[in-house]
Design a protein around this ligand. Structure first.
Ligand SMILES: [Zn+2]
Length: 148
């Protein structure tokens, strides 16, 4: 899935329409960035020689990879759990988030769960960006407010 730009994730749009969800161009770009490992986490920026602090801007625990942000960060884990999706990820490879996500979407691409997963990822990423660019607090309560 390395070329073709965001259009190469056209199957994401199909998966969305299978369960009645219109995937916005913004969300398609987001998925495309994930699958091509170019979502601008601090780790990805550093690989491109951008001068940013190596630690996760949210919890400062370790470097901010997609694996950390979407799978390991406690708030992300809580959100997966809250959405009732933790069980789905069991047995999937967690060391490479794009692979994890691809395998997860293959399982659920014709189910409404697809919408939930897309929403969870998007909320995490948007909330992370609020912290980075607007100094907002990232936490479970804030994520839940967005849910409603
Ligand atoms: Zn973190």
């Amino acid at each position: 899935m390395g070329d073709g730009g965001p259009r190469s994730v056209g199957w994401i749009g199909e998966a969305g329409s299978n369960c009645g969800m219109l995937i916005s161009p913004k969300l398609k770009v987001f998925f495309w960035q994930i699958f091509n490992r170019i979502l601008p986490t601090t780790e990805a920026l550093r690989e491109k020689d951008v001068q940013v602090h190596p630690r996760c801007p949210v919890c400062w625990a370790e470097s901010e990879t997609m694996e950390h942000l979407f799978l390991e960060y406690p708030v992300a884990r809580a959100l997966w759990d809250f959405a009732g999706l933790e069980y789905l990820g069991q047995g999937l490879p967690r060391h490479t988030f794009p692979l994890f996500l691809k395998r997860l979407l293959l399982i659920i691409h014709q189910s409404p769960l697809f919408m939930v997963v897309a929403a969870v990822l998007w909320r995490i990423w948007r909330s992370r960006n609020w912290v980075v660019f607007e100094g907002k607090q990232f936490g479970f309560p804030a994520l839940m407010r967005q849910y409603h």
